[in-house]
Design a protein around this ligand. Structure first.
Ligand code: NAD
Ligand code: APR
Length: 243
């Protein structure tokens, strides 16, 4: 494992183009529940009831209760060494892009800026009818309404069955297509299109690296797989760059 880690460190040094994809696993050590793990959110709640547009249309108060609970939970969490290492990497690597599936905002709080939140953010809200959208860190009422048109606001996240925000997929494809190194961290690779990004990277000749607590369906296709806590592995990789 140490030998592989050294090889990945070497890959990241020099003038490399690096794209990192993250999932719920990078926030696990901050105390944010993942979705599919042993104690994952989708073990306790049905995604169909809470993370689909039809669920929101049928029971907006239930869906808002779920998102308000997650907003409160994440507000009490702090970025962990994995988030901080990625923010540090961004400062060391000129061509760097972080693509996160996480909606918790912890990468932003850790200082990452060259990044896209491909599933939106718990801290974004937008109107279900007009174009009003805003960042909002306040305690929201059970059924918040739009200050512009009075209709219902919704969480600014991408639900199952919804398209990604226009432009996000294009950016991801462009940047992955130019990457020398593609790093996948803390994602189970069960949700598309993120789960297939590694394939784009490989098609363009990038070296692919997985960092995860356990193997995923993609592990066998990666050039390197480092298994362990992201909060331990990423700081080791980032420290290598500063030397
Ligand atoms: P899909 O893969 O076509 O996804 C549609 C879009 O929504 C994609 O852009 C995806 O990235 C995004 N997305 C999906 N779920 C999201 C979520 N909860 N939060 C933010 N963004 C999300 O559509 P799909 O068939 O609904 O889901 C694909 C995978 O997810 C499958 O492997 C499926 O088994 C698994 N899954 C789906 C559901 C569900 O209710 N649809 C529930 C649990 C797991
Ligand atoms: N370090 C590294 N990896 C970890 C750690 C850790 N400390 N803890 C957990 N993991 C790994 C798990 O092994 C698992 O593979 O993180 C992964 C988390 O997987 P999921 O819970 O499925 O999260 P993610 O892949 O981000 O889910 C994708 O699904 O419901 C949607 O919108 C949601 O964006 C999310 C998407």
């Amino acid at each position: 494992v140490q030998a592989e880690l050294e090889m990945v460190k070497a890959l990241l040094s020099g003038d490399r183009r690096v794209v990192v994809l993250t999932g719920a696993g990078v926030s696990a050590e901050s105390g944010v529940p993942t979705f599919r793990g042993r104690d994952g959110l989708w073990k306790h709640y049905r995604a169909e009831d809470l993370a689909r547009p039809d669920a929101f249309a049928a029971h907006p108060e239930l869906v808002w209760e779920f998102y308000n609970w997650r907003r409160r939970l994440v507000a009490d969490c702090r970025p962990n060494p994995a988030h901080r290492a990625l923010a540090a990497m961004e400062r060391q690597i000129r061509n760097f892009l972080l693509i996160t599936q996480n909606v918790d905002g912890l990468h932003v709080r850790a200082g990452s800026r060259k990044m896209v939140e491909m599933h939106g953010s718990l801290w974004q809200v937008r109107c279900t009818v007009c174009t009003h959208a805003r960042e909002d860190f306040s305690e929201l009422p059970e059924l918040p309404d739009c200050p512009v048109c009075g209709h219902l606001l919704r969480p600014g996240v991408v639900w199952f069955g919804e398209p990604l925000t226009p432009g996000v997929l294009k950016l991801a494809i462009e940047q992955i297509g130019k990457a020398d190194v593609f790093l996948s961290v803390g994602t189970s690779n069960m949700v598309q299109p993120a789960a297939s990004f590694y394939q784009l990277a490989k098609d363009h000749g990038a070296v692919t690296v997985e960092i995860n607590a356990e193997p995923t369906p993609n592990t066998g296709f990666m050039d390197f797989a480092l298994h362990g806590p992201a909060g331990e592995i990423l700081p080791e990789l980032a420290a290598g760059l500063a030397e």
